[in-house]
Design a protein around this ligand. Structure first.
Ligand code: COA
Length: 213
């Protein structure tokens, strides 16, 4: 497989991990109360409402896709165990790239939690998972999404032919990207390295910092 994406990542406030069947109810509750919040930009919301059985089947599908290296979905949880959103990486045509995705419960917006997840997943993608480029794509009107890669110092590229969902239609997107060169700049340089574990619970070791970095 091309990428070695951890099954679990921990940051200061978050646990980002693969879903299990035990998450189906929380996934249902949070998704259901956020349908209006997510309707415009999340293409999958059109498949709501879903039964618990459908959500368990979805969890199986997402984990199978991750095992096959096709797409890597992670749930976003607080350390208390509360489920608050979704993140992970999409695998697109370019073999060296991982694309960050994210959504969060409206009640948790504005606390910097998605930024914290995005910092951690950028470090993981470029230092642990084997990607050379991390990108983010969003519909041109999605300013709130744009704020995340902007805050991280990603490079912005306009009107990239890349299907981005907006109000029922696919649009060319805005794409932002970063490489390992960005990791010497803030917010990455001072960011604590997230902890990350593989399928068997073995913790990933971070590459030694370059003495001249
Ligand atoms: C896009 C989305 C994930 C962004 O969520 P968010 O809450 O704005 O992002 P963050 O968690 O990083 O929070 C950033 C906000 O917290 C504030 N903040 C507070 N503490 C912070 C911290 N420690 N670090 C960074 N920002 C912090 C920032 O100033 C910013 O506030 P502002 O919105 O007033 O400018 C969310 O709006 C969403 O789920 N939208 C619907 C789904 C969607 O569009 N997904 C993206 C598809 S491409």
């Amino acid at each position: 497989m091309r990428f070695t994406v951890p099954h679990r990542v921990e940051t200061e406030r978050l646990v980002l991990r693969r879903y299990t069947h035990a998450d189906a109810e929380a996934l249902g509750e949070v998704t259901t109360r956020n349908v209006d919040h997510l309707r415009r930009y999340m293409e999958w919301i059109q498949f709501e409402p879903q039964s618990i059985e459908q959500r368990r089947a979805l969890i199986d599908t997402l984990n199978s896709q991750a095992d096959a290296g096709e797409d890597y979905t992670l749930g976003m949880f607080l350390h208390s165990g509360e489920f608050i959103g979704g993140t992970g990486y999409h695998v697109r045509a370019h073999p060296d790239r991982l694309e960050l995705g994210y959504w969060i419960d409206r009640a948790q917006e504005g606390r910097g939690l998605v930024t914290e997840a995005a910092v951690a997943l950028t470090l993981v993608a470029l230092n642990l998972a084997g990607a050379d480029i991390v990108d983010v794509a969003h519909a041109p009107s999605n300013e709130r999404s744009a704020s995340i890669p902007r805050r991280l110092g990603f490079v912005r590229q306009e009107a990239v032919a890349h299907g981005c969902f907006d109000d029922g239609q696919m649009h060319d997107g805005v794409m932002w990207w970063a490489t390992r060169d960005h990791l010497t700049q803030e917010p990455f340089a001072a960011a604590p390295r997230p902890r990350a574990w593989g399928a068997d619970g073995t913790e990933f070791a971070w590459p030694a910092e370059r003495a001249d970095a």
